[in-house]
Write a protein of this length. Structure first.
Ligand code: HEC
Length: 162
């Protein structure tokens, strides 16, 4: 890495008749074609690490691209984690404190999957589910659109263990 001190050293020893081997090595690395390197030192401090800047740009671009390409998938997953996972679990197992209390079934089980009918499920998620007057699942009609709920019901399919 270029050191302020090294360059100063190389320049100030330019006039020396017999430079020491260490100084000569520094000179050959930095001095060629640059008789007065000192004034240019300022440019080094403005941008101390071009590599870091490049990394930041590349990371930024990758993030932007990722957002554009995966936005729909992230939406349904985000909705699941925000509204549903507290009971049904991130993995659909229903193995959460609230899920156990409410009686959420294990959506990894193919038999449970088979019992879920999309039209019925849409109605149930919109209006909520009650058993003996006790709420099992709260209604989501005011929080999510029909399309969002349909997406979530389709998303549940991916939990099935074949
Ligand atoms: C308060 C806990 C709770 C939350 C939060 C919750 N559920 Fe449920 N849900 C249940 C329970 C309990 C059942 C009935 C047992 C079962 O099927 O797991 C159920 C049933 C379902 C069913 C099956 C309906 C049917 O017709 O068989 C679907 C589909 C479903 N939930 C989707 C969702 C979605 C999507 C969300 C998020 C928007 C959600 N649930 C949020 C507790 C919850």
């Amino acid at each position: 890495m270029l050191q302020h001190g090294d360059e100063m050293n190389a320049a100030s020893t330019n006039q020396q008749a017999v430079p020491s081997p260490r100084v000569r090595a520094t000179k050959s690395a930095l001095a060629p074609g640059r008789p007065f390197p000192q004034p240019f030192n300022s440019s080094l401090s403005i941008n101390p690490s071009p590599t870091k800047t490049m990394k930041a740009i590349v990371t930024g671009l990758a993030l932007m691209l990722g957002t554009v390409l995966y936005a729909p998938a992230a939406d349904v997953e985000a909705n699941w984690n925000k509204h549903c996972a507290s009971c049904h679990g991130k993995d659909g197992s229903g193995d959460t404190k609230m899920g156990k209390k409410a009686g959420a079934k294990d959506y990894r089980d193919p038999a449970v999957q088979a019992s879920i009918k999309p039209e019925v499920a849409l109605k149930n998620v919109k209006q909520g589910m009650k058993e003996d007057g006790k709420e099992k699942m709260k209604p989501f009609a005011d929080k999510l659109s029909d399309d969002e709920i349909k997406e979530l019901i389709a998303y549940i399919k991916k939990f099935e263990k074949k």
